[in-house]
Design a protein around this ligand. Sequence first.
Ligand code: ATP
Ligand code: MG
Length: 550
Amino acid sequence: MEAKTASSHFIKNIVIEDLAAGKVKEIVTRFPPEPNGYLHIGHAKSICLNFELADEFNGRTNLRFDDTNPVKEDTEYVESIKQDVKWLGFDWDGLFFASDYFGQMYERALLLIRKGLAYVDDQNGDQIRETRGTLTAPGQDSPYRNRTIEDNLDLFQRMKAGEFADGQKVLRAKIDMASPNVNLRDPIIYRVVHAHHHNTGDEWCIYPMYAFAHPIEDAIEGVTHSICTLEFEDQRPFYDWVVRECEMPWVPHQYEFARLNITNTVMSKRKLKQLVDEKVVDGWDDPRMPTISGLRRKGYTPESIRAFCREIGVAKSYGIVDERMLEHFIREDLKLKALRTMAVLRPLKVVITNYPEGQTEWLEAENNSENEEMGNRQIPFSREIYIEQDDFMENPPAKYFRLFPGNEVRLKHAYFIKCEEVIKDADGNVIELRCTYDVETKSGSGFTGRKVKGTLHWVDAAHAIAAQFRQYEPLISDEAEDDGQSFLDHINPNSLEVLHGFVEPQMKEAAGGDKFQFFRHGYFNVDPKDTTSDRPVFNRIVSLKSSFTI
Ligand code: ATP
Ligand code: MG
């Protein structure tokens, strides 16, 4: 069963205190993605945190697109983000765009100028960076810092009117170039960008910087707890400065938690976009991607992702979560839900020489040995079947209990068979086995005459459906995700394995998104994009077992 809420964490405690002290009447949170890529599992953590926190205290959560950078943003991303949030199981109260507030932000910037708290700087980006100082040395005042209020008002309005080129002028907050917090050394709050915006078109050619825009957005929406990741901790003094000096009627507060990192996974939209653009993967929803759309296509359920996000909790310091933890939760979710069926991924033909030609019998098979309610199905059995190539060895080592010449094994839900003869092609490859079966050993008949140690899965050759299987390994082969640009050099060449085999005949009905457990192989999802009416494609979600325990 899925727990409804996360156990206690420091932000929840703050919420409880704020409600008890009457500081806020209602909790309002927001999830504020920048629409410059598809959401990933790290975003899922932030989504769950914001929505579940508000839900638990009967509050509200807005979905707000932080679309202050016209160059990188796109409506395709807006739509995918909405779809992903809904799919995860959440419904927003308000749907907003930062760009809806551009007019108000402009007015607040004028207010800062009038208060002598913002100025137009003619220095270029490099000059501003070079004079910002370091962690130990203060910055230097810009030669334009003491422009008159009238000059600043005039220049800023002309920036808006399109009189200046990109980068020619910026508006900066006038705070303190010697502040120990570098973020308070006259940060840029507006810049000139002559670019078409996905929402406001060509209405604006000046755009607010994220750090200035975000607190204003939160304040306008009445957000009480503005939750973000730790790298914004040093921005908090500026966040509070903006809310105060812009005289926002509502005062939101920012709280930071540690972003989610997962082993063997790149978790930045910029890098994920690079993988897509350079065609390392087959789109944002490639099942190897840690995107929500990729996880969905691989076969993850919303329940499993929410359970994972609750389990990892909300921390105040960085950590890295083992990818097997995510796998644990999808196994748990599917264990009692998924039909357990047989699939042969690397087929080897077996002819049962003493089985009557032309005969088919239908055997009873349970659908889920741990969940009787899922009932039974009938599976065909006849003279020719497929087994897994790996389940046969001509010269096996000791303790090999699968099939080898002269050995007997059990076929799941069927009979014992014994290997009598090995057929090879001209190159010496095993292409077929000749076996005999023992009619007495039928599954469910109560046969106790003798025991065998190996049980193999199989499918009936005449009735089986040809299928494609895709198995995945991590896309990044080692812990190289944080060394800057070079992560593309660490792509695992074996991240995708495509196999052609067979599934049981009732899989004809399988539709995109259906999930199954293939006996001895793992959990698989019917690929919603590449499955056709005559050839299903199965993506392996996860293998059956892991050494990992939580
Ligand atoms: P990326 O670096 O992947 O582009 P981002 O922080 O720039 O991430 P945004 O669209 O700005 O992406 O993020 C929306 C929200 O999701 C923010 O509140 C951000 O803090 C949160 N978020 C992003 N990545 C993670 C993560 N790995 N773990 C938890 N929260 C995250
Ligand atoms: Mg960002």
